[in-house]
Each structure stands twice: as structure tokens, then as C-alpha cells.
Design a protein around this ligand. Sequence first.
Ligand code: NI
Length: 192
Amino acid sequence: MAILKIARIGHPVLHQKAAPVDDPAHPEVRALVRDMIETLDDAGGIGLAAPQVHVPKRIVIFFVPGDRENSEGDAVEVDLTVLFNPEIEPVGGEKSLDWEACLSVPEMMGAVPRFAAIRYRWLSLDGETMERTAEGFHARAVQHECDHLDGILYPMRMDDLSLFGFAEEVNRNKDMLAALQPKPRPRPEADL
Ligand code: NI
């Protein structure tokens, strides 16, 4: 087990397309996933993609804490999930705007449009094909993480850069926060 170094925006590993994983059960892949889980826990984030730890492979880990809500305001909690070669399909096509942060864009946060509902498929640790639907924060987290596999960081998805800034400043700037009302208050600790 090891805590891995997290790449920051500008590093080429974050700006390239990652390669599919052929065998999720391979011991080296298992070891990488264990290290990613330890790294995520140490960093205090809720999601991490392999390119963020300098490994250009299509692997994502994430969970949704119990204090998150879906679009109807119901609590949504998702246990730690490991995704290999995930694929996302929007459901409906409606987009929503909410705050995001990223371990690879430290100290910053921004309001990002994302599909409000998605269906996603992936290979599990056991090599099984899995499928889920997701909405609200769950859908947002999966879209954010899977973007990392295609070299996309959340600022590249923003359409209004006036809603981008240091989390410390945004959190005390009532005008910026109000721009997304009645959305939930931003939680800059939610590094994806
Ligand atoms: Ni991220």
C-alpha cells in the first residue's frame, strides 16, 4: 500500500486519453486500485481517476457520502465503487449547474453544467459488466471522474468562468453562491 502523488492541471498525464484495462483481476491492477483507495482517503476526496495518479488507464474510484442529494432532494449514498472502462450515456439530456472541485485543481472550485441523469456501464473488479442509473450528485461525480479518462478537467466543461475561483473566496462571496440558488451550498471539500 502506498499513498500516490496526485498530478495537477497542466501535467500531460491529465490531458491525454487513457487506455482501456484488459484484465481488472491482474495483480498489478489490484495493487493500483488499493493504492488509489488509500490515496483518496488520505486526500479527503470522494473520487479519483487513475490518470490523476500518473497512470493513463481507464480506472475510476468514487463514492457518494450520505449527505448528498438527488434532484428531488432525496438523500443518495453510494458505496465505494471501482469502475474499469466506464461508459456514460445521458438520460433525457437535461443539464444542471452545480459546484465542483478536483484534487488535480487544488484550492479551486467552479460551477459546471452536467447531465442531470445518466446511465453508466463498467467492468467490475471481478470482470463482470455492471450497469447503473444515476442522477444529481451521483451523476455529476461519475461524469467528472470519467472525463479524467479523456483528458478533460472540469474547468474545460465550464461555460461561465465568472463562476470559477479559489474555494476560500467563493465560499465567502455571497453573489457567486447566489448565482446557483436555490442549489445546495457548495462544499469545496468535495474534491473529485
Ligand atoms: Ni477531478
